[in-house]
Every structure is written in C-alpha cells, then in structure tokens.
Design a binder for this molecule. Structure first.
Ligand SMILES: [Zn+2]
Length: 292
C-alpha cells in the first residue's frame, strides 16, 4: 500500500476543511461574545475572582454545549465518510464468497465500537478546546493580575486573535487527527496489524516528520509514547536524521545509525500524550497506511 491509496481520504480531508472551519468559527464567535461580556461584567469592577468563577462554569458547560451544537454534526459526517473510505480501499480485505470477491463489511458490533471511538474523539476535542481556552485566559490573569488595565487589553487582544486565527488552525489540526484516528480504528477492525507513517503527501516535510516517514509499528503500539522526545538534525547532503529517546524502549539506530550520536545541531520535539498516529505538531499533515 502506498500514499496513492490515500487519495480518497485526502480528498475527504480537503472537502471537509471549509465546513469544519466554519463550524469552529461559529463556536469561536459565540465564545468571544460571551467572554467579552464577562470581561466587562467582572473586570470592569476589577474582580479577577469573579472572572475565574465565570470561566469555571463557562468552560465546563456552556462552551462544551456550543462546540457540540456547532461542530459535532460536521465532524460526525466527516468521520462516517472516512470510515467508509478507509474500509473500502484496502484490497486484501476483500473476501472470496462463492467464487466472487466482495468487500469484507464491518459487523454491527464493529460499527458500534467505531461509533464509540468517534464519541470519545469528540469528547477529547471538546476537552482540548476548553482547557486550551481556559488555560490561556487564566495564564493572562495570573501574569497581569497587578495591573487591571493591562490585563483587560491583553485579554481582548487574545480574544481577537482567536477570532481571526483559531478556527483555521484547529480545523487543520483536528481533521488530520480525527481522519488518521478513524482510519486506523477502521483498519484495525478489519484485521490490519501494522501501520506505516507517511510524511505529508502534498510535500510538506518538517524535519521531525521526515524522520518519522516510513516508520512501521504494530497496531498495539504508539509511534511515539508520551514523554518521548524526537530528535532531528540536518546531516551532510541535506539529509535529516532523528532519534527517539526517553523510555529507552526504542533504539536510535532505526534512523541514523550508531555513529551519529553527537549532541551538536540536534533539535528536539517532546511528545505530550501517546502518538498512535499523526499529528505530532501544529501543522503536521502526515498520514498512516496499513503495512501488514
Ligand atoms: Zn507530520
């Protein structure tokens, strides 16, 4: 299986990008209006505590409902299409029935499990969104607690930035994450035991992802474990070399051999959370393919 087999999935990701972005934009717009109003209400009276209480309630309830209402339907449509596309392209999954080759269809129980995976993903998306918002606002509150006017202007500035950039960034990131995740889960249900990392099929190669290109794992493993650091370095002739360290479970020889272990020129990317599939950084457009 090569990157060519991913054509259908790449097309889905591209077709869904705008509607996913618009759905997130609607939620962000609502959030900016609500948080701005809360800023006027609480920080107008110089009460950061009141604003903290507002955030606590808002990000554990209202914003979650907003994301659910605005974004879940389009993500659900996308992921159902991804499941269908993934389940149909993999030739070895065709089975022989009375001399005819037909696709191995997923059983009801397998479909239910993929539904559960999708709900888990959407819940994760909501958690990531809300904890990022609350975390960013709280850290500004902590940082500028002593000067209320400065605080207010930084908070408004952050809200403006969200309104301009957040939907686009998040749509790209979450489409890659959910597409890879759903395709992987579908393939596992169909009996795939190994996966291969494919660097951004459209030619976007950061050194970290170039280092991952071609790496194969078993379906029970992660490409990178939480806490591991991926190290890369430009080598002679523009080649990028890399290593994975931290747990010591995985050797470094898989990419650049034993002789290249010098510390000069290396940069590292630490993993927060297990990475069973891309993305491993903002803007990562890598994919996985079945590899056995
Ligand atoms: Zn990547």
């Amino acid at each position: 299986v090569t990157a060519k087999a991913l054509t259908g999935l790449l097309r889905l990701a591209s077709n869904y990008h705008a509607p996913v972005r618009r759905s997130i934009q609607r939620a962000v717009n609502r959030e900016v209006v609500d948080v701005s109003a809360a800023l006027d209400r609480h920080l107008g009276e110089r009460s950061a505590d009141g604003f903290r209480v507002f955030m606590d309630g808002y990000y554990s309830r209202n914003m979650r409902e907003q994301l659910q209402k605005q974004c879940f339907p389009i993500f659900q449509a996308f992921l159902k299409d991804v499941r269908k596309e993934a389940s149909e392209f993999f030739t070895p999954l065709k089975v022989d029935v009375g001399g005819k080759t037909v696709l191995k269809l997923l059983e009801t129980e397998e479909l239910n499990e993929l539904e559960r995976w999708m709900r888990g993903y959407l819940n994760g998306f909501t958690n990531r969104y809300c904890s990022s918002s609350e975390g960013q606002l709280l850290s500004l509150v902590e940082k500028f607690n002593k000067s209320p006017d400065e605080l207010l202007s930084h908070l408004h500035e952050r809200l403006e930035e969200w309104k301009e950039k957040r939907a686009e960034k998040l749509a790209s990131d979450e489409i890659i994450r959910s597409e890879n995740g759903m395709a992987m889960q579908t393939w596992i249900k169909q009996g795939v035991k190994k996966f291969k990392w494919i660097t951004g099929p459209k030619g976007h190669h950061c050194p970290f992802c170039s280092a991952m290109n071609g790496r194969v794992i078993k379906s029970s493993e992660n490409f990178l474990d939480s806490g591991e650091t991926l190290y890369v370095k430009k080598a002679e002739g523009g080649i990028v070399a890399a290593s994975v360290s931290a747990s010591g479970k995985k050797g470094v020889e898989w990419l650049f051999g034993k002789e290249n272990k010098g510390g000069e020129g290396w940069s590292g990317l630490k993993m927060f959370g297990d990475k069973a599939h891309p993305p491993i950084h903002k803007g990562c457009v890598c994919r996985i393919v079945p590899a056995g």
